[in-house]
Design a protein around this ligand. Structure first.
Ligand code: PLP
Length: 249
């Protein structure tokens, strides 16, 4: 366990250093970027080690798995639980909307108006105003979640859903999220990060009633490029925790 904590801490701090260097390179303050450590499929022991290593934000993809971990930590030790905030970064099925509304500090991966309306209703029941990001599919891959946004000439079509979501009383739109096509080359991903940032500028101008400050983009293979292109949240798993156990991405 101490070995696990120290090896995670070392990679966590190294990741923070890389983020700082990338931020400075693009004349941004390192504090403008938050690191989300992605703990999906990682067991509770690893989650605890990540918290002990100093992580402030944990990201999970599967609502039920995440809530199990959150509740287990809460019952075992409130100091563990209160040391971190949990973010939902994966696709949430309609019937899991309640879990998203109840348990997370930020919902990165809101990907349809229908889901937004459901989450909004549950948020009201929990007396919360839930901060959300809207997920866009800027690479245009079939089967990927998020509003399709690869064709810039079609961006005006997005405004109907965006305005409807911005008007929901129990959600608070804070920005955008994307998961670009998988590539080993950060320069390939950079094209998509730039597109998401341009889409942000587009929406900020046309839907100024919402906040558009957050850009959630960049994973282990490309988070430095994402920061250079304006990311305010990077989602890093394997670079800090090593290869993931169990089921796939
Ligand atoms: C798994 C995942 C990540 C982290 O990927 P790593 O390669 O482990 O850094 C980030 N974002 C989303 C949406 C993911 O599903």
């Amino acid at each position: 366990m101490p070995d696990l904590v120290s090896s995670i801490r070392e990679r966590y701090l190294k990741t923070l250093d890389t983020i700082s260097a990338a931020a400075r390179k693009s004349n941004r303050s390192p504090e403008s970027v938050r690191l989300v450590v992605v703990t999906k499929t990682q067991p509770l022991d690893v989650v605890k080690a990540v918290i002990e290593a100093g992580a402030k934000i944990l990201g999970e993809n599967y609502a039920e798995e995440a809530v199990e971990k959150i509740l287990a930590l809460k019952s075992q030790s409130s100091s563990f639980q209160s040391a971190v905030e949990w973010h939902m970064i994966g696709h949430v099925q309609s019937r899991k909307a309640q879990l998203a509304a109840e348990h997370f500090a930020l919902f990165h991966s809101l990907d349809s108006l229908k889901l937004a309306q459901r989450v909004d209703r549950f948020a009201a029941q929990f007396g919360r105003r839930l901060p959300v990001l809207l997920e866009f599919n800027v690479g245009g891959e079939a089967g990927k979640h998020g509003w399709s946004a690869s064709d810039e000439s079609r961006w005006p079509d997005l405004l109907t859903d965006v305005n409807a979501i911005a008007a929901l009383p129990n959600l608070e739109v804070r920005g955008l999220m994307t998961m670009p096509p998988l590539s080993m080359d950060p320069e390939t991903a950079r094209v998509y990060f730039r597109r998401l940032r341009r889409l942000r500028d587009f929406l900020a101008k046309r839907a100024p009633q919402a906040e558009w400050g957050e850009l959630s983009m960049g994973t282990s293979s490309d988070y430095a490029a994402a920061v250079e292109e304006g990311a305010t949240l990077v989602r890093v798993g394997q670079a800090i925790l090593g290869p993931r156990p169990g089921y796939g991405d």
